[in-house]
Design a protein around this ligand. Structure first.
Ligand code: COA
Length: 201
C-alpha cells in the first residue's frame, strides 16, 4: 500500500547536494530547467512554455510537500527534483497489500546530466525511506527509450518488476518498465501473483 508521506522540513545532505522542500523563491531556478525542451519530455510532461506554468506546479509542490528540491551545495541553486509519489494500480498490485512503499520520480536540469548527481540524490532518498522511515519497498519507472533513467535505477539497485504501457501527461502512451527495490534490512518475500511479473525467484 502507499505509505503516507510529507517532507515536513526534512533536509537530506549528500556530498554535493542538499535535498529540501520547495519554497516560492525557487521559481526562477525551476523555470530555468523546466522550460528546456527534452527534459520533462523524458519523464512524461511537456517543457514549460511560461513562468506562470512553473508557478502553478511550484504551488502544488509546496502544498503537497512530497517533492524534494535538489540544490547544489555552495550556490544553493535548485537543479532538479526527487518526488516521493503514490504508485498507481494500488488495488491490482496485491503483492504489496500488506507492505508500505511509494514510487520515486526524478528530473535533473540538462546542464548537470552525466555527473552522477541523480544516483547520489536517489540513493540518499532511498537511505532515508528505508533506514529512517522503515518503508518496505520502492517502485520507480522509466519509458524504455530513456536509457539514462534506466541506468540511474539499475545503479541504485532497482530490479525490473513489470513491463507495461505508461501514459504520459502529453496524451501519448509509451512502453515502459516498472522497477522494484525491496528494503534489504527486511526479509521480505513478495508473492508475485501476476503473469506479467518480470521477477522470478
Ligand atoms: C535521467 C537523469 C535523471 C539522469 O541523471 P544523471 O545525474 O545525469 O545520471 P548519471 O550521471 O548517473 O548518468 C546516467 C547514465 O546516462 C548515461 N548516458 C550519458 N549520455 C548518454 C546518452 N547519450 N545516451 C544514453 N545514455 C547516456 C551515462 O553513461 C550514465 O550511465 P553510466 O553510469 O552507466 O555510465 C537525467 O538525465 C534527467 O533528468 N533526464 C530527464 C528527466 C528524466 O528522464 N527523468 C526520469 C524519468 S523516469
Amino acid at each position: 500500500m502507499n505509505a503516507d508521506f510529507r517532507i515536513n522540513g526534512k533536509v537530506i545532505e549528500t556530498e554535493r547536494l542538499i535535498l529540501r522542500s520547495f519554497k516560492q523563491a525557487d521559481l526562477d531556478d525551476f523555470y530555468e530547467y523546466a522550460s528546456v525542451e527534452g527534459v520533462g519530455e523524458m519523464a512524461g510532461w511537456k517543457h514549460h512554455d511560461s513562468i506562470d506554468e512553473s508557478q502553478k506546479i511550484l504551488n502544488s509542490f509546496i502544498n503537497n510537500d512530497k517533492v524534494f528540491a535538489i540544490c547544489l551545495k555552495g550556490n544553493n541553486k535548485v537543479i532538479g527534483t526527487v518526488g516521493i509519489e503514490k504508485y498507481g494500480l494500488e488495488d491490482a498490485l496485491t503483492e504489496f497489500k500488506n507492505y508500505y512503499g511509494r514510487e520515486l520520480g526524478y528530473v535533473l536540469s540538462k546542464d548537470y546530466w552525466g555527473k552522477g548527481l541523480m544516483p547520489e540524490a536517489v540513493n540518499a532518498v532511498i537511505d532515508y525511506l528505508f533506514n529512517e522511515l522503515d518503508y518496505d519497498f520502492l517502485l520507480c519507472g522509466y519509458y524504455n527509450f530513456n536509457e539514462r533513467s534506466k541506468r540511474v535505477q539499475i545503479k541504485c539497485g532497482f530490479k525490473p518488476y513489470r513491463s507495461l504501457t505508461m501514459k504520459t501527461q502529453m496524451g501519448t502512451k509509451e512502453q515502459g518498465t516498472l522497477m522494484l527495490l525491496i528494503n534489504p534490512n527486511k526479509n521480505i518475500k513478495f508473492e508475485f501473483s501476476h503473469q506479467e511479473t518480470l521477477i522470478f525467484e
